[in-house]
Ligand binder design. Structure first.
Ligand code: FES
Length: 309
């Protein structure tokens, strides 16, 4: 049986080419369209299961394309890829039932991860949050629903529900936001507004271990930049990224309230003070040495980091 057919819509040819290269290597049936108009012409012929679309495009933009798809009789899963996520357009897209959202630039692992989930969606051909258990493992969906039920009648419960949801799922993709909105009986735009306002929430999948580096003034003065650059060299990620092997994520945060220990790094729930680039790498290695080595593999800068450390 042929796999799902995916249409990538973007006015930047490089985005289409990169996505095609990554997805075709994994056996996906992928085609590109250079904008909303070309996409509609292709979609009119039918046969597509998923559309990954940019939002900001000349003539026919992403939202117009999504509305056209929703009005057509075709059941197509939609994922947004955009470098300019304005809160309003993302909110509109969420309300139109997108499966997921990827900010540009994206890494191959994020693209493959989102594609795998979107493909799961195509198997049910129903919005994930309308299905029993959705696209989550049943135990995860049940736990999420239990938390929603627990807080359902408590005013101001959105933030604690989102915190618990992030602990359960690992991040807050659109499908989780819609499930929470439905469960708490509030607009999905309100949920999205809170998720995007607070830096503690993320819509991107995170690695097994979350490294937070403090970018506050005291830590900056004491050299946090050197630590960030060493982590970048060793793990091949920038702030906001997750390693290809999904072992580590790197996040930059404002003052962690431990300025006396500057420069400060936090891994998961543990705080480490008076960091140096060398110490930071040693500590990260204690969490998952083979994960560090695998993340570094193929990154020429990593050898240099190793020698200098
Ligand atoms: S500035 Fe880093 S802990 Fe305060």
């Amino acid at each position: 049986m042929p796999g799902p057919r995916i249409l990538i819509v973007d006015d930047e040819p490089i985005v289409i080419k990169s996505a095609e290269r990554v997805l075709k290597a994994e056996g996906y049936d992928v085609e590109g369209a250079a904008g909303g108009r070309e996409a509609i012409l292709k979609l009119e012929k039918g046969g597509y299961d998923l559309v990954f679309t940019d939002l900001k495009m000349p003539e026919v933009d992403g939202l117009t394309l999504i509305k056209w798809i929703r009005k057509s009789s075709q059941v197509i899963g939609i994922v947004i890829i955009t470098g300019y996520p304005s809160q309003d357009t993302i909110k509109d897209a969420l309300e139109l039932g997108i499966i997921d959202y990827i900010p540009k630039p994206f890494t191959p692992s994020v693209l493959l991860d989102v594609t795998a989930r979107a493909v799961e969606w195509t198997k049910g051909k129903k919005p994930a949050d309308e299905k029993e258990g959705g696209e989550f493992p049943p135990a995860m969906a049940a736990e999420l629903d239990r938390v929603i039920q627990l807080y359902k009648h408590t005013p101001g419960s959105l933030i604690p529900v989102l915190q618990r949801a992030q602990e359960i799922v690992g991040y807050l993709p659109p499908v989780v936001q819609r499930r929470i909105a439905k469960g708490l009986n509030i607009p999905v735009a309100e949920v999205h507004g809170v998720v995007s306002f607070y830096s503690i929430f993320t819509m991107k999948p995170r690695g097994d271990h979350n490294i937070r580096v403090c970018l506050g003034t005291a830590c900056y003065v004491k050299g946090i930049e050197g630590i960030v650059s060493k982590i970048h060299e060793a793990l091949n990620i920038n702030i906001g990224d997750t390693t290809e092997n999904r072992k580590f994520s790197l996040e930059g945060v404002r003052c962690l309230g431990a300025c006396g220990l500057a420069p400060v790094m936090v891994i998961d729930q543990e705080t480490f003070g008076a960091m140096t680039p060398k110490k930071a790498l040693e500590i990260i290695g204690q969490y998952d040495k083979s994960g560090v080595e695998a993340a570094a593999a193929g990154n020429p800068a990593a050898d240099l980091a190793e020698k200098e450390a």
